[in-house]
Design a protein. Structure first.
Length: 437
């Protein structure tokens, strides 16, 4: 078959990689590089070139089994990284850091701000964290969370507002790049299931890994098979389907015909491209909202917690903004800690910072869009099979799951399998060990 794949994020690249073994595949990408959120930027840092990721950064083996197997199959080298979380409110008025291997490391983070030692309300919050971790898992497994938002569940269970404002809200906002209000509207069952599956409610946390040399390394290996078939800088402007085939128009003025199309892009983008979307497609694809997020790659330490002892891999900043923003989530990622970059050359990625980093300390500015999850979004996901494969059209992308790399990869694999492709790997300890070397 002649197949078109739209988008070169993890979903599109995975689908094209598998499908290109037995089909004639053409891949459309509106950007001038493949990879989507896998974006490695090379910066000149005082004369030294450093590769740093600004999108996909980390994964772990238990929660990313398909990605782990893909990396092993491709021979992508990975290495251990450190994951920790911190919060800074009002330019350091209140700060704490989680994570650590030893009791002293944990204590030094929780009490990075010494006055927390003498704060009864802080200790009450820590006690509530412990209660939430225990009760929420029990309520999840006994079916007590159905039809409740996270906000409704917290009120029903008599948790204080501080548990959300200083703990759950910042963590959820950082994970999903969503405003705090959106996290309150998150279905409690999905929120707690995600936290449970990722061991965020437990003491035994998974080991996190990062791609050695940046995510660009795996994108190069994954696209090598079909590199000649990728049309970079070529946006799709229209898709028209008939019982005989699919006609795709692009930004270069070309019209090409295919037997089927794989739409590996955001759901709202897919809907905009479909010139002949039917009511069911409009209902499902239009149900998921997206929020714009601006990321800065920089070396400005003022966008980190005030106290160095409070610095973590992920740092949520709840500061007064210099100007109104569409998305109030503000997170700074400490790339030295996440990617093993020399600490003497501080590098950060700040998402929607409360103020821009100093221009002379900024390497680049980038824009991303992330799906916003609520009851309507999860309902749309459940209905996706109703339009999957109909009218010669297939859909995949991280939006079909929780918005992460594993979700995108799984969806791309599923579409390729439905079109007759086989996944080459089988899990084995030898392959996993090879990827970790």
């Amino acid at each position: 078959m002649r197949l078109a794949v739209i988008g070169t994020g993890i979903a599109g690249n995975a689908a094209a990689w598998l499908l290109s073994e037995r089909h004639a595949v053409t891949v459309y990408e509106r950007e001038l590089r493949p990879g989507g959120h896998s974006h490695t930027v090379r910066v000149d840092y005082d004369g030294e070139e450093i590769d740093v990721d600004i999108g996909f950064i980390v994964f772990n083996e238990p929660n990313y089994p398909e990605l782990t197997s893909l990396f092993a199959h491709l021979g992508v080298k990975t290495e251990e990284t450190c994951m920790s979380f911190a919060m800074s409110a009002d330019h350091g008025r209140f700060e704490w850091r989680g994570g650590g291997e030893t009791f002293l490391q944990v204590a030094s983070g929780l009490f990075a701000q010494p006055r927390n030692l003498f704060s009864p309300s802080y200790f009450r919050m820590l006690a509530e964290v412990r209660r939430f971790n225990k009760e929420s898992v029990s309520d999840l497994r006994t079916g007590q969370l159905q039809n409740l938002t996270l906000g409704e569940y917290l009120r029903k269970s008599a948790f204080s507002p501080r548990l959300f404002s200083d703990y759950l809200g910042p963590m959820g906002a950082a994970i999903w790049s969503s405003p705090s209000a959106e996290i309150l509207a998150f279905p409690a069952e999905n929120f707690i299931a995600f936290f449970d599956n990722h061991r965020l409610l437990h003491l035994d946390r998974p080991l996190w890994r990062t791609v050695r040399g940046g995510s660009r390394r795996y994108v190069e290996k994954l696209t090598a098979r079909f590199k000649a078939s990728i049309r970079l800088g070529c946006a799709v402007t229209s898709i028209h389907r008939t019982e005989h085939g699919v006609t795709i128009g692009d930004s270069h003025g070309h019209q090409d015909s295919y037997d089927a199309v794989v739409m590996a892009c955001h759901s709202d983008q897919a809907l905009a491209m479909l010139s002949d979307a039917d009511p069911r497609e409009r209902s499902i694809l239009g149900a998921i909202r997206y929020a714009p997020n601006t990321a800065y790659l920089h070396r400005d330490i003022s966008l980190m917690p005030k106290r160095r002892n409070a610095w973590a891999s992920w740092n949520f900043l709840r500061w007064r903004r210099e100007a109104p923003a569409q998305n109030d989530v503000a997170v700074t990622y400490w790339m030295n800690r996440l990617q093993g970059i020399d600490d003497r050359k501080p590098l950060f990625v700040s998402l929607n910072p409360p103020c821009e980093p100093a221009p002379h300390l900024t390497f680049g500015k980038f824009t991303f869009a992330h799906p916003q999850y609520d009851a309507s979004a999860f309902a749309a996901q459940r209905k996706l099979p109703e339009i999957q494969g109909r009218r010669r059209t297939w859909f995949c992308g991280a939006w079909t799951g929780y918005g992460f790399h594993e979700d995108g990869l799984r969806s791309g694999i599923a579409v390729a399998e439905a079109l007759g492709s086989a996944v080459p790997w089988r899990r084995s300890g030898a392959l996993l060990a090879q990827a970790a070397e």
